[in-house]
Structure formats: C-alpha cells, structure tokens
Design a protein around this ligand. Structure first.
Ligand code: ASP
Length: 348
C-alpha cells in the first residue's frame, strides 16, 4: 500500500510509545505452575506474543493484555485502534477502551477520548486511581494528562485522506469537490468500499489461573462525534469473572450494548457451557433480538451486521465465534502464536 510505513519506520516511530508498563503496571510476581493462555481478535497476533512473554515473566494478566494491545494502538497502519484509527465525521479521532482485572474484579474505562495513543492504559489508571469506572471526553483527557500520558495527533496522513474522500463524496449538493476518481489512492478506495469496523480485544489467563482483559478501539469510522460504542462498556465489549472466564467482542457495538453480550458469554460459561457454546448462544440471542427492529433485519430475516466474540475459561479452553463467517482470532497457547478461524452462527 503506497504511503504506508515500512516495518523499520514503524518500529522507530513507535519504539518510544509502546511502554504502557511505565504508568500503573504492577511489578512482576512469582511465576505459577498453570499453563497460560492469551487470546485476541484476529488483528492481535503481535499482542498475544507480547502478552505471553510478559505473563511468563510473572506480570499481572491485565498488565500483559494492555502492553500487548499497545503494539496495535501504536501502529499507524492499523485503522481501527489508537494512532491511525479512522476519525469521526468531523475528522477527529475519538477512542474508547476498557479493562477488567480478575483478581480484584476491578474495571475501568475511557470513552470518546482524544489525543491519547494508549487509552487502555488510561482505563487501567481509572480503575486504580479513582473510585469511578468510566470517564468520558474532556474529563478523560484531563485525567490522562494528569497521569502523564503524552498527547499526540492521532490522525495520520493516510487516515485523514480516507476521511477526506468520505467527506467529499457524501453529498453531491454540498460545496466539497472530490478529487477525480483516477487520482484517488487505491487504499482510500479499498477502505471506503465497506463499512469500516475494527477493534482489538485481548484476554489473558496467567500462570496462577488469574484473568485480565482489555478492549480498545477507535470505534466505527466516521461516527457521530461523541458516539460511544460497546468497547468501553463493562459487560458489553468485554467482561470477566476470575472464577469463570473472560470474553470480549468486536463488530457492531450497538448490538452488544443492546444485549450486554460479553456478560452473556461469561454467564454462559458460568452455567457450564464451553467457550464455543457460550459464544454461539450469545450470537443466537443477538440474532433473535436485533431483527425485531426492521433497520437491523435483512431481507432473509438475518441481521444486517456482524459481531465476533473471543472467550477463554478458567480451565484454559478458548474459542472465537461470529454471527457471519470470516472472523479470526489470535491465540498463544504457550507453544506458539497463531491466527485461527472463528466458528459462525450462519453460513452466509
Ligand atoms: N465494536 C466497536 C464499536 O462499535 C467497533 C468494532 O469492533 O469494529 O465501537
């Protein structure tokens, strides 16, 4: 893709920024004898590798998850999270993130936060350094500044060009004049050909059998300013119970807000369902409730949108699943890190 940073440029541009262990992470403790598991959404291969390295070194499972997703938050070539995330309809990048910590059943989140590359690490500070669970907008940004998070321009040149093309082509009667089609870069055309979603979720089961998880995102591309999705809402975009398991989601956030879906997955596992069955039961619930609204129902009676789930239980069993096929998840089972396909509720 023209104009993209190569790996070396990327590493040097982000070397200073990935380091979320510096603000709020605990010192490593002794390593236990349980086999650790790290899972993430399909864009999280580097995240599961890094998180596994950290839990093997005795780091807290939540700290490991946050540091893992920080690699993707700092990657300007990933348009779904952090730096390089696609902006809202006014061209401003607004991020949502949440964390949950198994051993303390703690949780924290930030929503519609601007200018901060690592919102998941800010969410950990909300959990640790306030009596609250959720800070939004200006308040979240002030809080991040107070804790020493640097401010950066999150809108990369590539993301700005994608947004500008979207803006210029929305309404033939407004006064924006789009560039001729043949001058438009291929990556701009390709990105705009579909509704852009994307998020990273990561759940970690550590060597003591303790859980931690985070979900971090720039949300739906070109969203209405101030829109908050499922990712920073505990129970919707992620949930865990240290005695049961951990789950998180990507896809159309509104569906998870309306069904408190990640909570449902964990509650399914509490009732004894496998991670796969708990996910499929949740997909079925969403598929059933959502189509009551004709705006969310296709001609064949199925949902107009997709959501994906990733879950790991206390025993270390894990699964990924979606309403429609094509989803993937990253997993590190202690032997190797790889991306595998998710099961789906429907064939098409
Ligand atoms: N769930 C995210 C949101 O609705 C978007 C995504 O996962 O693509 O904000």
């Amino acid at each position: 893709m023209k104009g993209r940073l190569n790996r070396r440029d990327f590493m040097s541009s982000t070397a200073a920024s990935v380091g979320t262990l510096a603000i709020g992470a605990a010192a490593p403790k002794t390593v236990g004898d349980r086999a650790p598991i790290v899972i993430a959404s399909g864009n999280g291969l580097r995240a599961v590798e890094r998180a596994m390295q950290l839990v093997r070194g005795g780091h807290d499972p939540l700290d490991a998850a946050i540091e893992g997703v920080a690699i993707v938050e700092a990657d300007p070539n990933d348009h779904s999270v952090g730096l390089g995330g696609l902006p809202n309809e006014e061209g401003v990048v607004e991020l949502d993130a949440a964390v949950m910590h198994g051993p303390t059943h703690g949780g924290g989140s930030v929503a519609a936060i601007r200018n901060i590359m690592h919102p998941a690490a800010v969410a950990r500070q909300v959990m640790q350094r306030t009596r609250h669970c959720l800070l939004v907008g200006e308040g979240a940004l002030d809080f991040a500044r107070a804790h020493g998070f640097p401010e950066v321009n999150l809108l990369t040149v590539e993301a700005r060009k994608i947004w500008l093309r979207w803006k210029e082509t929305r309404d033939a009667n407004d006064d924006w004049l789009p560039e001729p089609e043949d001058k438009v870069a291929a990556y701009v055309r390709e990105t705009l050909a579909r509704r852009i979603t994307g998020t990273i979720h990561c759940s970690v089961l550590d060597t003591h059998g303790d859980l931690g998880c985070t979900t971090t995102t720039s949300g739906l591309a070109f969203k209405i300013p101030g829109r908050v999705g499922d990712s920073p809402i505990l129970g919707a975009g992620l949930y865990l119970d240290n005695e049961v398991g951990s789950a998180g989601s990507t896809g159309l956030g509104e569906a998870n807000l309306l069904n408190l879906s990640s909570y449902l997955v964990v509650e399914g596992m509490r009732r004894g369902l496998s991670p796969k069955d708990a996910i499929m039961e949740t997909c079925k619930r969403i598929a059933t409730t959502s189509v009551r609204d004709p705006r969310r129902r296709r001609g064949d009676g199925k949902t107009t949108f997709n959501v994906s789930f990733y879950a790991v239980n206390k025993k270390g069993q894990y699964a990924g699943g979606c309403i429609y096929p094509g989803g993937s998840m990253a997993v590190h089972d202690g032997t190797s890190a790889r991306v595998i396909g998710c099961d789906s509720l429907y064939d098409k």
